[in-house]
Write a protein that binds this ligand. Structure first.
Ligand SMILES: [Zn+2]
Ligand SMILES: [Zn+2]
Length: 389
């Protein structure tokens, strides 16, 4: 089959690789019809997430048709159309029982690697380095889906791939980011980052009852999408001091909750940005936390900071004093996608949200390297690339 392979820092190639096979009784093989490139794939691309091996197949946002099932997969049959959640979860461990699928205790065979870095391991993830299990990803023609009796969601007839594909990650991720804000009527929510997850966090904050959502980015086309499609007020951080502007917009108090939908490769300006760039380049700091620092400082006293942008390891100049002295709550997590797929599918069916608005580019799988290039460099107003296998 054809698959999008990581070949080294900033190099991806579509190559011929062996077809996946059923290994365990709870596996299924899915023939992929649509898959997407995610912002967190860019962290892998540039090797900011450790433990990538040349030849690894990328991609954790995918869907398609079931072509083979293991003996213990009773809920799926050959021919079913499914969308596959990015965390691989067993469904029976202590974490899965609590609905915390992205920290499943049984799906990461390389848990020891993650334990060294993080203390404890999270779940296995498709196409997301050997730190999360070294599973082959879904930017390919086929994928092996472990625990297929737990994760994949059957797609109702009549729905297009584009309507449901983002249930694999970014729509639930944006939604969980808003849900962690514990939104009350009248609340003002600020969202750092107007990439796909940021757009869905904005839309979800309104869905959960926010009165105003203020979105922060530097690309005019992304800010325009946030205004026109997701309904946010916007700030361009290259034009204003974000913390001052947010104070002014909220009676001096600051937003009730702040969502970091940027993560480890934040941009910015001034001495702090130069510091993070240098530390990051020297691998003395694994992540550049500019958006996170700003979200913490901007948040009103007693408010919540919700972290859904991806981080890998360690950061410097973390404003713990601001958190402690102002009674802030920090919530974070890789999304427990399985928990949100069915309710968000219903929101799509009811017309509460149409996730297709973020798609700017649809390319054949063979053009994945070009997709990575335009997404990484924000060329041609690229917001989200969907690949058709
Ligand atoms: Zn993703
Ligand atoms: Zn589990």
């Amino acid at each position: 089959m054809k698959a999008t392979c990581w070949k080294g820092p900033n190099t991806v190639q579509v190559e011929e690789v062996p077809d996946p096979k059923i290994i365990n009784a709870r596996d299924a093989i899915v023939k992929i019809t649509s898959t997407a490139i995610c912002g967190s794939d860019l962290h892998l691309l540039q090797a900011y997430v450790p433990a990538m091996v040349p030849g690894d197949i990328l991609g954790h946002e995918f869907m398609g048709e079931v072509v083979e099932v293991g003996q213990q997969v009773n809920n799926l049959k050959v021919g079913d159309r499914v969308v596959v959640p990015f965390p691989i979860a067993c469904g029976v461990c202590s974490a899965c029982q609590k609905g915390m699928y992205s920290v499943c205790e049984n799906s990461n065979p390389n848990a020891w690697m993650a334990e060294k870095l993080w203390g404890h391991a999270g779940a296995g993830v498709f196409g997301y380095s050997h730190l999360t299990g070294g599973y082959a990803g879904g930017q390919a023609e086929y994928a092996r889906v472990p625990f297929a009796d737990v994760g994949p969601l059957k797609v109702p007839d009549g729905m297009t791939d584009e309507q449901v594909l983002f249930l694999s990650d970014i729509l639930p991720t944006g939604y969980m980011g808003a849900e962690m804000c514990d939104i009350k009527p009248g609340d003002v929510i600020a969202v750092w980052g107007c990439g796909p997850v940021g757009q869905f966090a904005i839309a979800s904050a309104y869905l959960l009852g926010a009165e105003r959502v203020i979105a922060i980015d530097r690309f005019p086309y992304r800010l325009q999408m946030a205004r026109e499609k997701a309904g946010a007020e916007t700030l361009n951080y290259e034009e204003v001091d974000v913390i001052d502007a947010l104070k002014e917009m909220t009676g001096g108090r600051g937003p009730d909750a702040c969502i970091d939908a940027v993560g480890m490769e934040a941009h910015g300006h001034g001495p702090m940005y130069a510091f993070d760039r240098a530390m990051h380049a020297a691998r003395m700091e694994t992540d550049r936390p500019l958006a996170l620092r700003e979200a913490i400082k901007a948040c009103r006293n007693g408010g919540t900071v919700s972290v859904i942008g991806a981080y890998g390891g360690y950061i410097d100049r973390f404003p713990i004093g601001s958190i402690m002295n102002r009674s802030l709550t920090i919530k974070a997590g890789q999304c427990h996608v399985q928990r949100y797929m069915q309710p968000l599918l219903e929101h799509i069916q009811n017309g509460d949200i149409d996730p297709t608005f973020i798609i700017t580019h649809t390319l054949p799988l063979e053009q994945a390297p070009h997709g990575y290039d335009i997404f990484k460099h924000k060329l041609d107003n690229c917001e989200k690339v969907v690949l058709k296998a």
